[in-house]
Design a protein around this ligand. Sequence first.
Ligand SMILES: Cc1ncc(COP(=O)(O)O)c(C=O)c1O
Length: 305
Amino acid sequence: MDIFQKCYEFTDAKKVMAAGIYPYFHELTSGQDNEVIINGKRTIMIGSNNYLGLTSDQRVKQASIKAVEKYGSGCSGSRFLNGTLDLHVELEKELASFLNKEDCITFSTGFQANLGLISAIAGRNDYIISDRGNHASIVDGCRLSFAKMIKYNHNDMKDLERALKAVPDNCGKLIVSDGVFSMEGDICKLPEMVKLAEKYGARIMIDDAHGVGVMGKHGRGTAEYFNLEDKVDLTLGTFSKSLASLGGFVVGSADVIHYIRHLSRPFIFSASITPSNAAAALESLRILKQEPDRIKRLWEKGLMI
Ligand SMILES: Cc1ncc(COP(=O)(O)O)c(C=O)c1O
């Protein structure tokens, strides 16, 4: 059997292409902004995660350009060895402080952050309790770990309790959920989740890719929105949405982040964030802190939820 046979038989996308209604991989010939150019036409962009409009901000662009001038175009190696810049450390310190956690680790994408965090933290004797609506990178992070995964129905706290009850005694338990769900757009029921985590001795990890920069008065995300920042053990975020760049991060307690830094294979065996991306994320974060009105305007325009 030819391993490529399935490729020859995969005709679904080709049929849609032939019908002229293929919705993917459109080429943009402009920057990522409120309006973009597609096929030479000015087009309103409503499918982007550029929540705060910072991808075209002059300060962010200039920070990126300056970083290329100072550090060059890439880091040519892993954070673990030659690839740690003072810029990465500065970014991590500012993120930890912004999100009121002890420490932070950055990854080259948000997807990689989920792979790297979950596979490092959840071992053979552990259970991951995961919402069925969670992002693909969470699902793949669970697959990469040696832990057992129990799924619960989307945002159904009764079913979460059923899942928690099913975990044998003396096993580590990590509840994992998107903060704002990437497909449905709804918000996880964090207050109930916290109560259940306390009742069953589980830890909580929130993937707030769509929450940071959007949720809460200061944009600190879903936990700030619910006033439960001290109850979430690990928060994951990405630079590819509100923070107008590319990369991902995790904040948490110093010991846990230290452990991930030394045991996470997707972190250790992959090149670090490019200087331009790190600088753009740092500048965006600073703008977010200085201009919280951006969040207010976003909500006033009713673009969210
Ligand atoms: C909830 C969630 N987590 C993680 C990611 C991955 O982030 P990135 O695009 O930075 O790899 C996404 C991206 O869409 C997401 O929606």
